[in-house]
Write a protein that binds this ligand. Structure first.
Ligand code: SF4
Length: 355
């Protein structure tokens, strides 16, 4: 099945193309204090290594806005400044070299303030994301709809887009997130019908690793299957590096982008006679930062093992205290359990060298 993606207007954030025919971009957000330049840069470096393509930082005060210029000098990926409440922080972040701004229509204030941000962004040649959150809608919209309905959120986003356009600003991206999967999907579907601006999709405040991954995979996955979404962010209450990993896993599972090894492994059962959990965990963590798109099957026994292992680039089918190594469908040799992880890693590195 080929996914039919909606063609949106293309913008660029610090050289990363978004929308149109550009690949769907994986982004994340730091959870350090932005004014702590050292900690923020260190976290961004880890995000870069995990494949993060755009990073957002919170700008709650002037010290954070000003820190952007030092952070920018030490990182490779574009940086977006996340602004709430005070439009002057957006101006300062743009002055400090942010590659994009995210503002929230519900709390940024009057049209005059939005126009000032638009003017600054135009001068600096940077785009603005209008980021609507269900928890912070404008009062009149809440009153009109009774609660943060999908329609209300869309109205809020489009109202702010109009403010920006009336200030002759057009490099806009929109997001419209809630922590509820169905409501978020509905909101994006309505929004996508009404605009061709690029959309950043995600489920906000999605939760811990398991619940957040499930909600994000469902919400983002449904939208991507609908052809909606130009950048994605998985939001998790933990190390943002995991957000990037889950983001790529969603894209990989839908066959949209491939980055790094895809590990196929069985759940094990009473037929498994090797310590498969440990082996898979060790293989996964040893290869976590590899970018080579390769399929590795690590299977517990000879029932489904050889079949899966044969289809993968590299495969292991477990036996009693050993595993059979397969490469591109061919049986290579029997390997003692203690050497399996090392051998798989060596095989991946060999394929990498021969690329
Ligand atoms: S591959 Fe073997 S060990 Fe794994 S779940 Fe299937 S039957 Fe059980």
């Amino acid at each position: 099945m080929t996914l039919k993606r909606k063609k949106t207007r293309q913008i660029s954030v610090g050289g990363v193309r978004i929308g149109g025919d550009a690949p769907i971009v994986v982004q994340s957000m730091t959870n350090t204090f932005t004014h702590d330049v050292r900690a923020t840069v260190a976290q961004i470096h880890r995000l870069e290594e995990a494949g993060c393509e755009l990073v957002r930082v919170a700008v709650p005060d002037m010290a954070s806005a000003e820190a952007i210029s030092s952070i920018k000098k030490q990182i490779r990926i574009p940086l977006i400044a996340d602004i709430h409440f005070d439009y002057r922080l957006a101006l300062a972040a743009a002055d400090a070299g942010a590659d994009g701004l995210r503002i929230n229509p519900g709390n940024i204030g009057s049209a005059k303030k939005i126009k000032a941000v638009a003017k600054k962004a135009r001068e600096e040649g940077i785009p603005i994301r209008v980021g609507v959150n269900a928890g912070s809608l404008e009062k009149d919209i809440l009153k009109k709809y009774g609660s943060a309905t999908p329609e209300g959120m869309v109205e809020s986003a489009l109202r702010q887009v109009e403010e920006l356009r009336s200030a002759d600003f057009h490099d806009i991206k929109i997001s419209i997130k809630t922590s509820d999967v169905i409501r978020t999907v509905e909101a994006y579907r309505i929004l996508s019908e009404k605009t061709d601006l690029p959309l950043h999709v995600g489920i906000t405040e999605a939760g811990t690793l398991i619940s957040g991954t499930v909600k994000s995979a469902l919400g983002i996955g449904i939208l991507l299957l609908d052809g909606i979404g130009d950048t994605i962010r998985v939001s998790l209450t933990r190390d943002p590096v995991d957000e990037v990993r889950v983001g790529f896993e969603i894209l990989k599972a839908l066959g949209i982008r491939r980055r790094g090894p895809e590990i196929v492994s069985c759940p094990t059962c009473g037929r498994c006679n090797i310590d498969l959990f440990k082996i898979v965990e060790q293989v996964e963590s040893a290869l976590v930062n590899k970018t080579i798109p390769i399929q590795i099957a690590v299977m517990g026994c000879v029932v489904n093992g050889p079949g899966e292992a044969r289809e993968a680039d590299i495969g292991i089918a477990g036996g009693r205290g050993h595993g059979i190594l397969f490469k591109k469908g061919n049986v290579i040799r029997k390997i003692p359990q203690a050497d399996l992880v090392r051998v798989v890693i060596e095989e991946v590195e060999e394929i990498e060298r021969g690329r």
